[in-house]
Design a binder for this molecule. Sequence first.
Ligand SMILES: C[S@@+](CC[C@H](N)C(=O)[O-])C[C@H]1O[C@@H](n2cnc3c(N)ncnc32)[C@H](O)[C@@H]1O
Length: 372
Amino acid sequence: MLEQATLNHAARVLAATAEPLPADIALRQYFVAHPYLGGRERRAISRALFTYFRWFQWLDQRASPQKRVEQAVALHEKFTADPKSVKPEALAARAVPAWLSEEMDLPPDFFLELQREPALWLRARPGTAGHLAAQLRDCVPTPRAPDALHYCGQQDLFRTAQFHEGAFEIQDLASQLVGLAAAPNPGETWWDACAGEGGKMLHLADLMANKGLIWATDRSVRRLENLKRRAARAKIFNFRTAPWDGSAKLPTKTKFNGILIDAPCSGVGTWQRNPHARWTTSLHDVRELAVTQRALLEHVAGSLKARGRLIYSVCTLTRTETTAVADAFTAAHPEFEPAPLSSLGTDRSSLFLWPHELHANGMFVAAWQKKS
Ligand SMILES: C[S@@+](CC[C@H](N)C(=O)[O-])C[C@H]1O[C@@H](n2cnc3c(N)ncnc32)[C@H](O)[C@@H]1O
């Protein structure tokens, strides 16, 4: 049973999501406005809110917000105790919007994973995962990525000394696999064209042992400012930032060994972590974003050196934003050949990373090499 105070707080945040505000932003704003709420209360409110959106289509919309949150939590507890208690057909019909079946295959295990609480993944600095796990405790390694740790403990990791010393980043496993797919070498010159707050850029820099240069661009200057703060904490210096709005007017004439386009997308792969987005994202968004993704690839393609590598990634699984974008680029660019993702242990040149296989976000990654 949830405490009444948690139900009331969750109901107030829900009202803000109807404004409409994305749930994570509504939650952040609510916590800023209610600084007296402690860590335990914040965690309980966040869980209640995200559980609500995970079970949204099961809830009696005529009931009060508090009652609906209670219904969602009861469903979640029943499902957690016995995942088979919810029929696969019910999950397929209610866990995601109907339009999604037009855009992707939907295996039953995908739905089971979507309804679970998401895992928290860390990326230790290269070669230090064992040491970090011993310090933080409650960490489980994975054979899929050498520096990744699944954190199962209860500490607020942002308050640990290790975080402030830059000993790790909070980074989802699927995102770490994108960095490994790029596999940059020390001393090379790379362009992370949609670098955002630098999650993947910091990983590329670590893989390059802080040697060489990464151009980190994004259309959001605010995100690039956060990237610089994160890089300072991690003592990463082999990068420079510049704003770039994705247009044909490029930020530099540099020719690169590698370019990463971690493109803006519909985010279907993050729907376990961010379930509110299931009910605010549309097929129209998917189609519009695919146009942007194609344009981003088109605009950077001329900036690669001969034999340079182009990596395309999105945290979504829709056909329109994944294989269709990759196939269109391959067809339009005979000067590029699809390149095997050998660092991920496959000879395929594109890969879906499934949430139910990784217990992490879903992503798609594709690679090409420019012919000499
Ligand atoms: C998926 S996020 C990048 C996440 C980041 N690479 C990371 O690993 O933390 C996509 C980024 O693309 C940026 N973006 C959106 N539209 C853009 C455009 N037209 N040109 C350049 N960047 C764009 C967004 O600001 C956002 O930071």
